[in-house]
Design a protein around this ligand. Structure first.
Ligand SMILES: C[S@@+](CC[C@H](N)C(=O)[O-])C[C@H]1O[C@@H](n2cnc3c(N)ncnc32)[C@H](O)[C@@H]1O
Length: 372
């Protein structure tokens, strides 16, 4: 594969189940009230005009269960709704998220999103904000906006722009207390970790202002290869790893790592219009000649390596015993999982297999007016 193929293969043309692009106009922010309940923690900034970024403070009623963490197998996890999310929230995960943030930024050429929200949005929500990198960047990029980052974990930076706040909450909770005037509700690597992404999209629909946008940015681990360097994709070790992870996470946590596949149709069914999708292919292995794509491969190597460590710490700790969708039982000892991870790590460095993993960017607009 030469460099031209490299580039052509990087971005699939934008596709949409409903076509047409549209531009969103910003609306007045007339509902910026924050409500804090006793079991939800809000982190807002104490604005100090002498600083560009401000230190965060905790406001509202903070209960221990929200503020504390749980420790298991040497890793740290969220305490609020404990056990809901099996990936750690410690420093190692912070560094993985940082690398993934860089990967997404590279894929989007430095943009934060693809939804056309204009230059002066008033109200933005980042659902499943994690350590808050995207929300902080959005606060810097849009000084006009109040940006809210929501997560199960109180792990966000204390150095935040004055227009950013973080709340601890469960987006899958029935009660939404964060206002209904959003210009953009953003989910990054979150549809894949929810029990019901369509329900979260419905929550977004209900709480966007008319003309507001939702955007999902998600991995879609159906490994591809456009030449004959990979004879059997199904038997490729990275495919095998994701297949196992999919079974384990679906079985234990109700996740669907392939959630991105259904999102465009689900968004249309919910009433969204202008549904758009862009797919970027991230190289697996050290094969690209283009330095930018090589950088993507390095960043992906780092995030998958640390993802496997996180999976071994909890969902795959002690081995695997799951039943796949065909009813077949899959049993692996911890040593066998370890060996598989070694094989994946080796595959992430080879030059002779031109494999890639797709990332999906899906954005859609709430109609300006409700249909009559
Ligand atoms: C894979 S991380 C993505 C973090 C961040 N969006 C990013 O792109 O780096 C998923 C995040 O979603 C959060 N999360 C999972 N389930 C959630 C829920 N039901 N409500 C709120 N946050 C949730 C997790 O705590 C975690 O921080």
């Amino acid at each position: 594969m030469d460099d031209m193929d490299d580039i052509a293969d990087f971005i699939e043309p934008a596709s949409a189940s409903a076509s047409a692009s549209a531009s969103a106009s910003a609306s007045d922010d007339n509902d910026s009230a924050s409500v804090f309940t006793t079991d939800r923690l809000a982190i807002t900034s104490d604005y100090d005009p002498t600083l560009n970024h401000t230190t965060a403070s905790l406001v509202g009623s903070v209960t221990d269960s929200v503020n504390e963490h749980v420790y298991e197998n040497g890793r740290r996890y969220h305490r609020y709704k404990s056990g809901r999310y099996p990936i750690p929230n410690d420093d190692m995960e912070a560094s993985r998220e940082n690398v993934r943030n860089a990967l997404f930024s590279e894929l989007l050429g430095g943009q934060l999103h693809l939804a056309p929200i204009g230059d002066t949005p008033q109200h933005i929500m980042d659902v499943g904000t994690g350590f808050g990198d995207w929300a902080i960047d959005a606060g810097d990029r849009y000084p006009s906006a109040r940006v809210v980052g929501l997560d199960l974990s109180p792990i966000q930076s204390v150095w935040i722009p004055p227009n950013v706040e973080f709340v601890v909450d469960d987006v899958e909770d029935n009660t939404w207390i964060h206002g209904s005037d959003f210009d953009l509700i953003h989910f990054r690597m979150v549809a894949v970790v929810l029990k019901d992404p369509a329900a979260a999209a419905r929550t977004a629909f209900e709480n966007l202002r008319p003309g507001g946008w939702v955007e999902f940015q998600e991995v879609y681990p159906r490994i591809g290869c456009n030449d004959d360097t990979l004879q059997d994709i199904d038997e490729y070790v990275v495919t095998r790893y994701y297949r196992l992870a999919t079974h384990v996470l679906r079985r234990q946590y109700g996740w669907d790592l392939f959630a991105a596949e259904h999102l465009p149709r689900q968004l249309e069914e919910l009433g969204f219009v202008n549904v758009q999708r862009r797919v970027c292919h991230v190289p697996i292995g050290y094969w690209p000649k283009d330095p930018r794509r090589m950088q993507h491969a390095f960043l992906f190597e780092e995030t998958l390596t640390e993802f496997m460590a996180a999976m071994q710490a909890k969902p795959m700790s002690g081995g695997i015993d799951v039943v796949d969708e065909d009813g077949e039982r899959i049993v692996m000892t911890a040593d066998e999982v370890d060996d598989l991870c070694d094989e994946v790590r080796a595959a992430l460095r080879v030059k002779h297999v031109h494999a890639y993993i797709p990332f999906h960017f899906i954005w859609a607009q709430k109609p300006e007016r409700a249909p009559v």
